[in-house]
Design a protein around this ligand. Structure first.
Ligand code: NDP
Length: 330
């Protein structure tokens, strides 16, 4: 059984000039899980950081993935968001990567994956995610818009896109597949798909104390699908400063930790994988120093009481899409 390392490095808005160094520092600091995407336009720089550490002998790609010998399946089983007690943060490396919406047509899935592997200079990805359940018109515009400024969809069904992703696993280009930004109905539809060959190992969703996602997380975890929290620190969203929230600050002071460490630990204690992004050396270090303390039940409840149902990543130009995920409660 392979474990998905519970803390990974996010790479969105990590500019090409900064991200190679961030990845190298992160590997030195003990990160073994990196979250990347075609959309972030920094894949070759992420790959450069990884290659550099492989050539220095700090990590070995062939050791990066552990397959259970005891399993009947040819495919590795995953344990969702390993909890700190069983975690050796040095043990695994894990590269997850997201398929962008303009590549949802079946033949394009393989093209997209091969291009990303080439840019990353890798033979396989540990996890390939469908970034959104929505397919867009293929082409060079990542978000093709019509005259009214709304996205131009393509007539794909995410179940068909999923079949093409399953083929990538069978070909050995990716070890596992998952989804991102799926609501519970979409996930259920996928799990109930006839002839589903490979189950999604994770649903990567926005998650932080202002959008704690209790219902969706219960739904996923009850079905054996792990959850990965993106935007766990509230990002750099205008007008929202989760890191400055008085409750988070108080709990941080009580544990002699920083607000970011509290927000990361909060997810870990819910068995949720978490991928904070930073390109700042001391923050990269700080964000993984979260294995030496525990939040109390009272702390957890106080953090849950901050719920505001505040979604920060809404992707408004896609609200017209038939598969827009945020029209329903969860
Ligand atoms: P985060 O919640 O991770 O916040 C990142 C921001 O917080 C950056 O401005 C960073 O600054 C700052 N920061 C990081 N650490 C600290 C710290 N210890 N103290 C203070 N500030 C800190 O937001 P993201 O939106 O980046 O989410 C994380 C990752 O999730 C993304 O990078 C991406 O990989 C993934 N993601 C996936 C999405 C999806 O649709 N599937 C959507 C959005 C994100 P600095 O870098 O300057 O240090």
């Amino acid at each position: 059984m392979a474990l998905i390392p519970p803390v990974g490095l996010g790479t969105w808005k990590a500019s090409p000039g900064e991200v190679t160094n961030a990845v190298k520092l992160a590997i030195d600091a003990g990160y073994r899980h990196f979250d990347c995407a075609y959309l972030y336009q920094n894949e070759s720089e992420v790959g450069e950081g990884i290659q550099c550490k492989i050539s220095e002998g700090v990590i070995k790609r062939e050791e990066l993935f552990i397959v259970s010998k005891g399993s009947n399946s040819r495919l590795p089983a995953y344990k969702a968001g390993a909890y700190a007690a069983e975690l050796n943060p040095q043990a695994l490396a894990f590269l997850s990567y997201s398929l962008w919406c303009t590549f949802h047509k079946k033949p394009l899935v393989r093209t997209a994956c091969s291009q990303s592997l080439k840019a990353l200079k890798l033979d396989y990805l540990d996890l390939y995610l469908m970034h959104w359940p929505m397919g867009f018109k293929p082409g060079k515009d990542s978000v093709p818009l019509d005259h009214s400024g709304m996205v131009i969809p393509c007539n794909t069904d995410f179940l068909d896109t999923w079949e093409a992703m399953e083929d990538l696993v069978n070909e050995g280009l990716v070890k596992a597949i998952g989804v991102s930004n799926f609501n519970h109905e979409q996930l259920e539809r996928l799990l109930n798909k006839q002839n589903l060959r490979i189950r999604p190992v994770t649903n990567q969703i926005e998650c932080h104390p202002y959008l704690s996602q209790k219902q969706l997380i219960s739904f996923c975890q009850a079905r054996g699908v792990s959850v990965t929290a993106y935007r766990p620190l509230g990002g750099s969203s205008e007008g929202v400063d989760l890191l400055d929230d008085p409750v988070i600050r108080r709990i941080a002071e009580e544990h002699d930790k920083t607000p970011a460490q509290i927000l990361i630990r909060f997810q870990m204690q819910r068995n949720v994988i978490v991928i904070p992004k930073s390109v700042t050396p001391h923050r990269i270090q700080e964000n993984i120093q979260v294995f030496d303390f525990e939040l109390t039940e009272q702390d957890m409840n106080d953090i849950f009481s901050l719920e505001k149902n505040l979604r920060l990543v809404t992707f408004p130009t896609t609200e017209n899409h038939k598969d827009y995920p945020f029209h329903i409660e969860y």
